[in-house]
Write a protein that binds this ligand. Sequence first.
Ligand SMILES: [Zn+2]
Length: 246
Amino acid sequence: MSIVRLARDVFCAEGTAVNWVLVRDGRELTLIDAGYPGDLETLLASIAAIGHRPEDVRAALVTHAHVDHVGGLNHLHEHFGTPALMHADEVPNATGERHESATTADVLTRAWRPAVLRWSLAISRAGATQPPFVAHAEPFPGEGPLDLPGGPVPVHLPGHTSGSTAYLLPEAGVVVTGDALVTGHPLSNRSGPQLLPEFFDHDRPAARDSLQRLGRLEADLVVPGHGLPWRGDLAAAAERAARLVP
Ligand SMILES: [Zn+2]
């Protein structure tokens, strides 16, 4: 299990080619995203690795309700009552009322490269074909910063899904982008800030518009849903991602 300390109280862990973030304030934690269903043991191990227990997680924040980002949420809710908060436009994706995701067929038609095939098999084992279902999903209680460890500020970045949201951690200068901006992916032969391959996005023009909004935030460390954390000028990162769009 790999977990990296990115700032004094900000940690990034990786599951099956997907990241989640733990933000600490004293004995309490905020969790941002939760890996695949098959990443649950790794998720719990990442909490233990920084000296915490799952019950320390005050709330789980969701960047978007795809199966690779919500896998551990039901376990946390059933055992510890952990709430799962997200943008109101994302709740229907979490509860299964709406589907805004690429299909297995979309992925498999591209699985002709060995690296892609290996990744496809790994994510299938991790539960990629299960639909996300988070019955306890709830919208943010109001506008502005959340009263949680790290004081995360939700930033609505629609495109990848309707309710896709980045979380700005103002004190740490970190922005957790989910899949609105990634820095690498098994289907991409580039590293660095970029959008996901187009078929993953529900609304590509909106995803491009959201990049501009992201670029105006004050942060110098990007923690994406997929790929390595990236340090640098956020406006330049957003511009690069927009430029690489074919
Ligand atoms: Zn993802």
